[in-house]
Design a protein around this ligand. Structure first.
Ligand code: GLC
Ligand code: CA
Length: 536
């Protein structure tokens, strides 16, 4: 079971524009990342998932690529990228590239050609339908708001875009498109990258005439072909982003035979704190017991049949400590508890930059935000009659810029992120919450994460142990065991600020405490307390 390096790996996600600026232009860059590799080595991570650094007009912060084989000057040069791969390698860290294959930028040369004429050789690289200026092919909407069809008068046609107007969908039904993408991926593999994260990969096989976006009939056929022509040739980690993945389809995506990906990001547990049938902006309380049921299902049903990705947050999601913990009185305790709950499960854990120091959500004025999704929802909901207060509360809770504020390195101006003006305002709490203040503090969140990562390398049971949940209906406690041939581990986490009686005493009798987020032992399970026990 431990045959694959990525099973015992911990992956750290970097959102490049917010990580470290090296030249004072206020935007993080590749040289900045290189200057922080020692920090990441100290944390103990094995790989970096780098959000897109390829050439892009930055309409969706790099998820709109205009040249897959070049680096955006904002982030540096191809030489910088090669240096990053090499410098990371010296520290036993692999670089995972973010591949955006569902769509390109409208400024990609393929699209510029495609819209010249219907018989241009690149026209069929994208998804076009006939129509008239005021009747689009159908009423499909885009993820970021507005219609999914954009009219091009010169051609008397619409092009299809699941995301912004500047992100036209690539036509995967065209074998030439697929081949171009494979060639590009192989070129990156030759550059020495350690793997790929595949952006919205479940949406590539769209069939707009049937209003199918995710999980189209040809999806797995295309993924298998993609893998056979690219990833399967090297020892890479691949992770597909698949909002539509469910437990029935996940074993396909992450089949141990290697025909698709190493693992998928699934989001079932991430979409719980919203009103049923509505979208993420329609807030609802977090149904904790339901969360546990979902984790139980993924942990037990994917065991030996696939591989889980474990994550709480990323560049599209709010900060975990604000969302599922307590970012005030119990920020430190709850950040450590959430880390414990996650890293104790089976799968490959991901840490999103800043999570390891307990960075929190922000509350900015609407003008201070940058994200196009935030701007669009604000406009749309105002027009639809929502109150400003309502909209702002949704943005505070779910806006993507919560995750994108600059990394908080120290308490100097702009948190040590830049000497210039940061592209997005720094969270004002950087004076208190920053890397520098945590490195030498043995009890810091940072050092707790470092310990968790070390334990994972020491105890096999973290990697291959079978998962079993305790106290399924308990409204406060998330507890489970992991068992392999020679070890058993019990993880107990209090998700709330109540003090409870210590549960599972019989289970843990005779076991030793491997890690805990409180100093001294107690008979009570204190607010946000987390304990890992280990025994035979
Ligand atoms: C993914 C990315 C997100 C991006 C979208 C379109 O969901 O994580 O940041 O906006 O795809 O590429
Ligand atoms: Ca810069």
């Amino acid at each position: 079971m431990n045959d694959k390096w990525w099973k015992s790996a911990v992956i750290y996600q970097i959102y490049p524009r917010s990580f470290q600026d090296s030249n004072g232009d206020g935007i993080g860059d590749i040289k900045g990342i290189i200057s922080r590799l020692d920090y990441l080595a100290k944390l103990g991570i094995d790989a970096i998932w780098l959000s897109p650094v390829c050439k892009s007009p930055q309409d969706d912060n790099g998820y709109d690529i205009s040249d897959y084989m070049d680096i955006d000057p904002m982030f540096g040069t191809m030489d910088d990228m090669i240096a990053l791969i090499e410098e990371a390698k010296k520290r036993n860290i692999k670089i995972i590239m973010d591949l955006v294959l569902n769509h390109s930028s409208d400024e990609h040369r393929w699209f510029i050609e495609a819209k010249k004429s219907k018989d241009n050789p690149y026209h069929d690289y994208y998804v076009w339908r006939d129509g008239t200026a005021d009747t689009p092919p159908n009423d499909m909407g885009s993820v970021f708001g507005g219609p999914a069809w954009e009219w091009v008068p010169k051609l008397n046609q619409y092009y299809f875009h699941q995301f912004s107007v500047k992100q036209p969908d690539l036509n995967w039904d065209n074998p030439k498109v697929r081949q171009e993408l494979y060639d590009m991926i192989n070129w990156w593999i030759d550059k020495g990258v350690g793997g790929f994260r595949l952006d919205v990969i479940d949406q590539i096989a769209k069939e707009p005439d049937k209003k199918i976006t995710a999980d189209g009939p040809n999806l797995h056929k295309y993924i298998k072909e993609l893998t056979a022509n690219t990833f399967s040739k090297a020892d890479l980690v691949t992770v597909g982003e698949a909002w539509s993945a469910n437990i029935e389809r996940a074993p396909l995506f992450s089949n141990p035979d290697g025909s698709e990906f190493s693992m998928v990001f699934q989001f079932e547990h991430i979409c719980l704190d919203q009103q049923e049938g509505k979208d993420k902006w329609d807030l609802a309380p977090f149904p904790f017991v339901k969360y546990k049921q979902i984790m139980n299902k993924w942990q037990t049903q994917l065991h030996d049949k696939g591989w889980n990705s474990l994550f709480w947050d990323n560049h599209d999601l709010p900060r975990v400590v604000s969302r599922f913990g307590n970012d005030k009185e119990y920020r430190v305790e709850s950040a450590k508890m959430l880390a414990t709950a996650l890293h104790g499960m089976q799968g490959t854990p991901y840490i999103f930059q800043g999570e390891e120091i307990g960075m929190t959500n922000v509350r900015y004025d609407i003008e201070e935000y940058d994200d196009l999704e935030i701007k669009n929802v604000y406009k749309e909901r105002l027009a639809a009659g929502y109150s400003k207060e309502d909209i702002m509360n949704s943005i505070y809770a779910k806006g993507r810029d919560n995750a994108r504020t600059p990394m908080q390195w120290d308490s100097s101006e702009n948190a040590g992120f830049t000497t210039g003006k940061p592209w997005l305002k720094v969270n004002p709490n950087f004076i208190e919450i920053n890397v520098e203040s945590q490195l030498d503090d043995e009890n810091s969140i940072f050092n707790y994460y470092a310990k968790l990562i070390r334990l994972r390398k020491e105890y096999d049971v973290f990697i291959n142990g079978r998962f079993e949940m305790y106290l399924e209906d308990d409204e406060d406690i998330f507890a489970y065991s992991r068992t392999n041939d020679n070890q058993k581990m019990v993880v107990i986490c209090n998700f709330h600020d109540k003090e409870l009686d210590m549960p599972l005493k019989d289970e843990t009798a005779g076991m030793k405490v491997l890690l805990s987020n409180y100093d001294e032992a107690s008979d009570k399970l204190r607010p946000y307390e987390a304990i890992i026990y280990i025994g035979e």
